[in-house]
Design a protein around this ligand. Structure first.
Ligand code: URA
Length: 490
């Protein structure tokens, strides 16, 4: 970019070729300072520069700290018309007070620093908020900077978008990159840029997806993206709805998010792995449910123990009337070492409570005692146990049944039904029914609570919750018919 030289007019009127004519300002300020002109007597104006002044330039040396040159290159981009005079005044004062820029309380220095900060912030905002729109194979963006920063900022865009042909339009200047050369032209208006392009939907979808409701801090967001920029940001139209829905979305996200293995995962795992295997487990050694639980901690009956954090054994009242049987521990249960404490556990707890069943008077366990999952990135995604794994683990469930001796078992889902009945059943066809086993144990069949969580439509999800609640009310009636909720009398 070539800048026209500045020119002295009349006594102390200086005409600069444009709002960021730094070379022109520097030459004039140097000459004025060497000539001892009072900065208050100088009038700085913008416009076409006149031919150079034929008068010889004053000679002499000025003290100009490097820091001042850098500061003035930034401050000259500020929109305050007083910037030229202020810089001239500080240059003059520096001649007598070289440490001036170090005096943080000095009024001129304070103002210079404020202006510097504001320009830097504007530069940063332009980098963050310029949005190109495609016009054929060409890209155009409209941006309204607070200061005269286009010339200073465009090298950033050249580096970042060097493979595209683009123009950035602003009210006072345009910058064009044709793949080889950067040129500057006059300002423009917002209507010169198409309102939207074919890629806009894609960008909005992307923005919606990267918006993290759990991280939303409205004040910080507004400070980072002040409203004055919104009118030129296509994604701004989405922001009010995203903010309004953020709390619900964050709750939903948490509900559905598998947790990462806890930091102590490896330690817990190592503790179980280093236990001697000691051949087949002899349940004769188990005189109580507590003994059985301890033996299960070293279970190697199928390969699932290898990746799980720990065995998640059943827990609850040791002589409960009712035993709830789920499928297998989930991500959170694997870490906590307790059944039904994750998202499905919350649905389970809420529903049985509403049905009037006290969880502490029941026994809750799973058909399979180790978490089966597939690692996907940092996540552990639940995998359904296969028939072999269910059969291997049925051994433990049978022993739990023989210790607890419940009068009613509730199969939560198909895997539990398979384990309790020894055959596959279609849960949707048999839900709500009671099947009596040969040993006399009655098994109530219903869905698994995680089935409810997987229903995407809120109305359908609610309907399924009500059906599950109806099932749990039937279970409550069955318990009542049996007698007391706990069989402490046995
Ligand atoms: N799903 C189950 O079947 N059991 C649990 O413990 C947790 C989720």
């Amino acid at each position: 970019m070539s800048l026209q030289p500045a020119l002295f007019l009349s006594a102390h009127r200086v005409r600069l070729s444009g709002p960021v004519d730094f070379d022109g300002w520097r030459r004039a300020a140097r000459n004025l300072t060497l000539s001892g002109v009072d900065p208050a007597d100088v009038d700085w104006v913008l416009g076409e520069a006149n031919p150079p002044d034929p008068a010889p330039e004053p000679t002499g040396e000025l003290r100009v700290p490097r820091e001042f040159i850098e500061l003035s290159q930034t401050v000259i981009c500020h929109s305050d018309p007083e910037r030229f005079a202020l810089l001239h005044r500080v240059l003059t004062r520096l001649q007598k007070k070289p440490e001036l820029l170090r005096i943080a309380s000095d009024k001129d220095v304070v103002r210079l620093r404020e202006m510097e900060k504001s320009v830097r912030r504007d530069i940063h905002k332009m980098r963050a908020f310029v949005r190109f729109r495609a016009v054929g194979d060409y890209f155009v963006a409209w941006f309204e900077p607070a200061h005269f920063i286009v010339e200073r900022n465009t090298n950033f865009f050249v580096r970042r978008f060097s493979g595209m042909n683009w123009t950035i339009l602003t009210p006072y200047r345009s910058a064009t990159w044709d793949g080889k050369e950067l040129t500057f032209g006059p300002g423009a208006c917002a209507d010169d840029v198409p309102a939207e392009d074919a890629a806009e939907d894609l960008w909005l979808t992307y923005y919606k997806n990267i918006f993290n409701p759990a991280r939303l801090k409205v004040k910080a967001m507004q400070a980072e993206m002040p409203k004055k920029y919104w009118r030129n940001l296509p994604e701004a139209a989405l922001i009010p709805d995203l903010i309004a829905g953020a709390e619900d979305a964050a709750r939903e996200m948490l509900r559905n998010m598998p947790t990462l293995p806890a930091p102590h995962h490896k330690t817990v795992q190592a503790r179980h792995w280093t236990k001697p295997e000691g051949g087949p487990i002899n349940t004769e050694e188990a005189a109580s449910l507590a003994d059985l639980r301890e033996l299960a901690a070293t279970c190697r009956r199928c390969p699932l123990w290898q990746d799980a954090t720990q065995t998640v054994f059943g827990e609850g009242l040791p002589n409960a009337t009712v035993m709830f049987v789920g499928e297998q521990p989930g991500d959170q249960e694997d870490i906590a070492g307790k059944p039904f404490v994750g998202p499905a556990g919350r649905v389970f707890d809420e529903t049985i409570q509403e049905a009037g069943i006290d969880r502490s008077l029941t026994y809750v366990t799973n058909a399979v005692k180790h978490f089966k999952f597939e690692p996907r990135g940092k996540r552990r995604i639940h995998q359904k146990p296969n028939a072999g794994e269910v059969t291997a683990c049925r051994w433990w469930l049978d022993h739990e049944l023989s210790f607890v001796k419940p009068q009613l078992a509730v199969a939560l889902g198909a895997t539990a039904a398979l384990s309790l009945l020894g055959q596959s059943v279609a849960i949707t066809k048999v839900r709500g029914q009671v099947v009596q086993r040969e040993d006399g144990l009655r098994v109530f069949l219903t869905i698994h609570p995680s089935f409810i969580l997987r229903i995407p439509d809120p109305a359908n999800q609610q309907a399924e919750r009500s059906r599950f609640l109806d099932d749990m009310r039937k279970v409550k009636e069955l318990i009542a018919a049996i007698g007391s909720g706990s069989r402490a009398d046995r």
